[in-house]
Unconditional design. Structure first.
Length: 262
């Protein structure tokens, strides 16, 4: 049998996963325009919210509004931060088609990018939490609490990535992917982003109770003030629920694109 007749062999799931993730991570330093908004937006809103609402919040019973707002800053930093735009470019320039001609495990084409996303969002959280520390925020739960706080933010960012990836695979349109962050805005503002739940009223209070971001924020706040499983566990459950929905949507969209022959 000649060398030209030898078919390539599959390298294995984890090898493929790390290869895709490594390529995605290596491309990040070449795209500073991806990271700049992820840091500017949360810092901007953090200062605006604290400056404008700190006194109002204290009147509502929030003793440390800077700590109250820190989870909001983290969520704004990590939500929508993904390599979905890079996936669109791979679709447009035919790189994805070439990958599909290899024995690479199909699921790793998406999961490898998500591994890179997790590393990216975790790294973006660090300067945001450092800003909170400089402004006087302290974790009653210590180093372990900081780590759990960062993990919750990173897993939320990862959970949301399924939506832009589904849009990227479905449309192959960079504008549509960039607009996917708009999906988050109703979740961000119709919740306890600015004031505690007991200060909300009317339809906003009702919507906030149904909003998974409310439970995420309360869970992250509980990690700052002390371990409270009655708030922490619902926060973790909200991350898991969004992750199940978004990952299922992204994997189904990937399957659909593969069925159409990419």
């Amino acid at each position: 049998m000649t060398a030209s007749m030898v078919e390539p062999k599959a390298a294995g799931f984890f090898h493929d996963l790390l290869s895709v993730a490594g390529r995605a991570l290596r491309s990040i330093p070449r795209e500073p325009e991806v990271l700049a908004p992820a840091l500017f937006i949360p810092v901007f809103f953090y200062f605006i919210n604290v400056g404008a609402l700190e006194n109002v919040a204290k009147a509502s019973g929030v003793s440390d509004y800077r700590a109250f707002q820190l989870p909001v800053a983290i969520i704004f930093a990590v939500t929508g931060l993904s390599r979905a735009s890079a996936l669109v470019l791979d679709i447009q320039d035919g790189y994805l088609d070439r990958l599909l001609m290899t024995p690479i495990k199909r699921a790793t084409l998406l999961l490898g990018l998500m591994v890179a996303d997790f590393v990216l969002v975790f790294a973006v959280e660090v300067p945001v939490i450092g800003l909170g520390y400089l402004l006087g925020v302290r974790f009653e739960t210590g180093i372990l609490g900081i780590f759990v706080f960062l993990l919750m933010g990173a897993f939320w960012g990862l959970a949301f990535t399924g939506f832009p990836y589904a849009i990227a695979l479905k449309t192959g349109n960079p504008a549509a992917v960039n607009a996917s962050f708009i999906l988050f805005f109703p979740f961000a503002f119709m919740t306890t982003s600015f004031l505690p739940e007991e200060s909300l009223s009317g339809w906003l209070a009702t919507v906030a109770k149904l909003n998974p971001v409310t439970y995420l924020l309360e869970g992250m706040r509980s990690v700052i003030t002390g371990w409270d499983t009655s708030m922490l566990l619902p926060g973790i459950a909200s991350i898991a629920g969004v992750m199940i929905v978004s990952f299922s949507l992204a994997l189904l969209t990937l399957r659909g694109r593969l069925r159409r022959g990419a």
